[in-house]
Design a binder for this molecule. Structure first.
Ligand code: ATP
Length: 316
């Protein structure tokens, strides 16, 4: 049987607004998610056993059933037991390029790649909406990772509305190797400080979503107005993460002092990104900030925004 190689891009949040609490314990969000070209590579092939195996050499990535990619394979086996019995288990190999625990959906994109890959390998013929529904059972960011591009994500982040692609801009990512921000801590702390502003009535939630849908950032993206896009980046979680992690705030200030379109923390951090018009501009700014901060634990990546989600490379 063929083996499949899949390219699994990371994402940044161009916009993240926390609207309120949901009955399921998650937060009600409105986000604008954007794929980037920086991507993991996932190789999958059928084995002759009934086991799922996973290999990944990155020291921070678990190679057991707690890996989201492993859980995606498990979900496919449980959902399609007869096909699984027919084809056998799956060997998964992850080549990690997306920084780990960085707010860039690294684990989510690996899981999305496994869902897409097994769908092809087993000839299931699942459509994108069907794959997204399966993905939503595993995690809020995983449905977006399947089709990627640029999209408004609402609910927990799993309800998607694609908007025009924004793939002409470049982005610098900067992340401290020795800082990790717990996503549950960030949301819990936000709730402690800001829950008085939460809305809960369905009508009010709808109004807040529509404000983003018809708002200035979506309009700037539609018109490819790079300056405006840079000015309108937004992330509620910065209010709790930046005061607690001054080194992350320092990176944001350093980018803001350079010729960039805009700068923002992605998701719950600690990655800070800066949007640029061109690759050369992004590389120049990255060098400048690297010299200004001179922290050996601060890593930089320069990549492009991408219009695609999981992509397939057929091997033998
Ligand atoms: P998100 O942006 O979706 O909140 P993230 O980019 O902040 O996610 P991940 O890179 O997915 O974070 O890693 C979070 C944790 O998940 C890691 O500490 C790691 O132990 C675990 N993990 C499980 N599976 C994976 C995977 N395939 N790749 C990376 N981390 C994984």
């Amino acid at each position: 049987m063929q083996s499949y190689s899949l390219i699994a891009p990371g994402k940044i949040n161009l916009y993240l607004e926390i609207i309120g609490d949901r009955p399921d314990g998650f937060h009600e969000l409105v986000m604008i998610l954007q794929s980037i070209e920086l991507a993991d590579r996932i190789d999958i092939k059928a084995n002759d056993t009934q086991a799922i195996t996973l290999h990944c050499h990155h020291p921070q990535v678990p190679a057991d059933e707690t890996n989201l990619a492993y859980r995606a394979a498990q979900l496919m086996c449980k959902t399609f037991p007869e096909v699984y019995a027919n084809y056998g288990g799956v060997d998964i190999s992850i080549t990690k390029n997306v920084p780990v625990a960085a707010g860039l959906a690294g684990g989510s994109t690996d899981a999305a790649a496994v869902l897409v890959g097994i769908n092809l390998m087993w000839g299931l013929g699942l459509t994108k909406p069907e794959l997204e529904a399966l993905a939503a059972k595993l995690g809020s960011d995983i449905p977006f990772c399947i089709s990627g591009g640029t999209a408004i994500a609402t609910g927990r982040g799993e309800t998607l509305d694609p908007i025009p692609d924004l793939d002409h801009l470049w982005v610098i990512l900067a992340k401290h190797r020795n800082i990790s921000v717990s996503t549950p801590w960030a949301y819990k702390t936000y709730r402690q400080h800001y829950s008085k502003n939460y809305v809960s009535e369905p009508e009010n939630i709808k109004i807040r979503r529509e404000l983003v849908n018809s708002g200035a950032l979506v309009s700037a993206i539609t018109h490819q107005n790079s300056r405006e896009i840079g000015n309108l980046l937004y992330n509620d979680l910065e209010k709790v993460v930046l005061p607690e992690y001054p080194l992350v705030a320092q990176v944001k200030s350093a980018f803001a002092n350079c010729e960039v379109l805009g700068t923002m923390m992605s998701g719950s951090g600690p990655t800070v990104f800066a949007l640029c018009e061109s690759e050369s501009q992004a590389k120049t700014v990255a060098e400048k900030v690297k010299k200004a901060i001179a922290d050996p634990n601060l890593d930089f990546w320069v990549t492009k925004l991408s219009s695609g989600g999981i992509q397939l490379q057929v091997t033998h």
